[in-house]
Design a protein around this ligand. Structure first.
Ligand code: GLN
Length: 503
């Protein structure tokens, strides 16, 4: 692996700025790395080499002219395949969108381009972001660089694996119930779900509109903050975008400090059902926070135990409505029913959705349609919305006692490919610690807490903050990262096993 593909984004940006290396060299090094290892990892669904190199040449030209488009000018990035990209295929990991090339850029993507970040390609994901392992992709699973027999988390497993494998220094993902944080946890990378409305959803193919949130995936907390500042902030094209200045997240990392901070350990997010090595690393991190001057208290959020049940009613309900747009008329696949002479629009729609959607997507559409039907709306969807309010109130109460809340990000380290694929409930349980923040719209970060003793795989620590206090995540994350790196004698990602290189 070339030195350039081991570096973080902040260091790469600095090297490009100083002229030590060009953006073309950095971008080419990552394209080479993708060529070398992605047959094994399968983080990418589409590699946009020419687009990336063209942007890199433009960044280099700016530098020669003494100009800079942003603090990350010239640093390449990978984009989850759920963002529309003008001229670059977008499939959402689904066969139903195979071959679709969007006519416009998502706001996140146009901001990346404007800030001068070359787009390396589109990363693999569970179909329409439904899943926790990337095994539900219509194009085959992504593999975890720590162990290719294991899952990289989901739905953004492609983005997390790309960063962990050195195929990209940065990536963007989306987190509806944990899809940035949980892949971060199981790949040893950093992932942030911003406050709902903090990053534009315009051009982000909708899964559940009241939950979806785009955010950064990176090797370090500082890199995540730099990317957050590029993609975040108000967007008039998204009616749920918050019209207030973005909290100063980069500054928060630079001033990372825990003294006097009140940290709440959430009683309901831990204990039974969590792997012992994950809990041990969590406890270590809490001890480090105390040593650094934080005041740690236990807080109880009694309604969090209903989080998964509420989430898995609200999400399918919204998804069943959002996915109605895939009707065989407007985008991607169109399948004609067999043996029908002049099929009706409805018959074509049926045949297309039958062929184009995978089993998890069908399961959720059926569940959501049922939960929204007139006879069951009050009993299921209505009840779930009430639980959502109770969870939001739990957060409000907890944030009176603590400035941030902490928990493990996911209950286990990366499991084996195939292990939970046929058991949807076991799959859903991975999201137990991440869905409460999604339901309440508050921000969260996952950072690597160390390696679990029993399997040597990365475990994740989650920090949650009140809405619009995203800077607290970075303040805590930055301080913890420094302490954890001391404890582990360097960045965890340096320990990713050597991947077989294509010859
Ligand atoms: N694993 C969760 C789900 O399957 C989260 C998905 C997401 O955040 N996109 O719904």
């Amino acid at each position: 692996m070339s030195e350039l593909t081991r570096m973080g984004a902040a260091d790469l940006a600095q090297a490009i700025r100083s002229g030590a290396v060009s953006s073309v060299e950095v971008t080419q090094a990552h394209l080479n790395r993708i060529y070398d290892v992605d047959t094994g990892v399968h983080a990418f669904l589409h590699v946009s080499g020419e687009v990336a190199l063209e942007a890199a040449r433009a960044a280099d030209a700016r530098r020669s002219a003494g100009e800079s488009a942003s603090s990350l000018d010239g640093v390449p990035v990978a984009v989850k395949d759920v963002f529309t990209t003008a001229g670059i295929p977008t499939t959402c990991g689904s066969r139903i969108l195979e071959g679709w090339v969007p006519p416009y850029d998502a706001t996140v993507v146009s901001r990346l381009r404007k800030a001068g970040l070359p787009i390396l390609g589109k990363t693999n994901m569970d179909e329409f972001a439904m899943g926790s392992s990337t095994e539900h992709s219509g194009y085959g699973p992504t593999r975890n660089p720590w162990d290719l027999e294991r899952i990289p988390g989901g739905s953004g497993g492609g983005s997390a694996a790309a960063v962990a494998a050195g195929e990209a220094p940065l990536a963007v993902g989306t987190d509806t119930g944990g899809s940035i944080r949980q892949p971060g946890a199981v790949t040893g990378t950093v992932g942030v779900k911003p406050t709902y409305g903090g990053v534009s959803r315009y051009g982000l193919v909708a899964l559940a509109s009241s939950l979806d949130q785009a955010g950064p995936v990176a090797r370090t907390v500082l890199d995540a903050a730099l990317l957050h500042e590029v993609i975040g902030g108000h967007d008039p094209l998204d009616s749920t975008s918050i019209d207030r200045p973005l909290p100063p997240v980069v500054e928060a990392v630079r001033n990372a400090d825990l003294s006097g901070l009140r940290v709440g350990v959430v009683k309901e997010l831990g204990g039974e059902g969590y792997q012992s090595g994950v809990l041990a690393r969590f406890d270590d991190a809490v001890k480090l926070m105390i040593e650094a001057g934080a005041e740690v208290v236990e807080v109880s959020c009694p309604h969090f135990v209903y989080g998964l049940a509420a989430y898995y009613l609200i999400l399918p309900s919204e998804a069943s409505s959002n996915l109605a747009r895939f009707d065989a008329m407007r985008y991607g696949l169109r399948v004609l029913p067999e043996g029908v002479d002049a099929p009706s629009a409805e018959q074509v729609m049926n045949a297309t959705r039958e062929a184009g959607f995978g089993p998890e997507v069908k399961r959720r559409i059926i569940l959501g349609t049922y939960a929204l039907s007139s006879g069951y709306y009050d009993a299921y969807y209505g009840q779930a919305q009430k639980v959502r309010t109770l969870i939001a109130r739990d957060f409000t109460a907890a944030f009176e006692k603590a400035d941030v809340l902490v928990s493990p990000t996911a209950p286990t380290t990366a499991f084996k490919i195939g292990e939970k694929l046929d058991d949807p409930l076991a799959m859903y349980l991975n999201d137990i610690a991440t869905v409460p923040a999604s339901l309440a719209g508050v921000p969260g970060i996952s950072l690597p807490s160390g390696l679990a003793d029993e399997d040597g795989l990365p475990a994740g620590l989650q920090v949650l903050a009140p809405a619009m206090a995203d800077d607290r995540l970075y303040r805590v994350g930055g301080a913890l990262e420094t302490m954890l790196q001391e404890r582990w004698a360097g960045p965890l990602l340096d320990r990713v096993p050597k991947l077989e290189v294509r010859t």
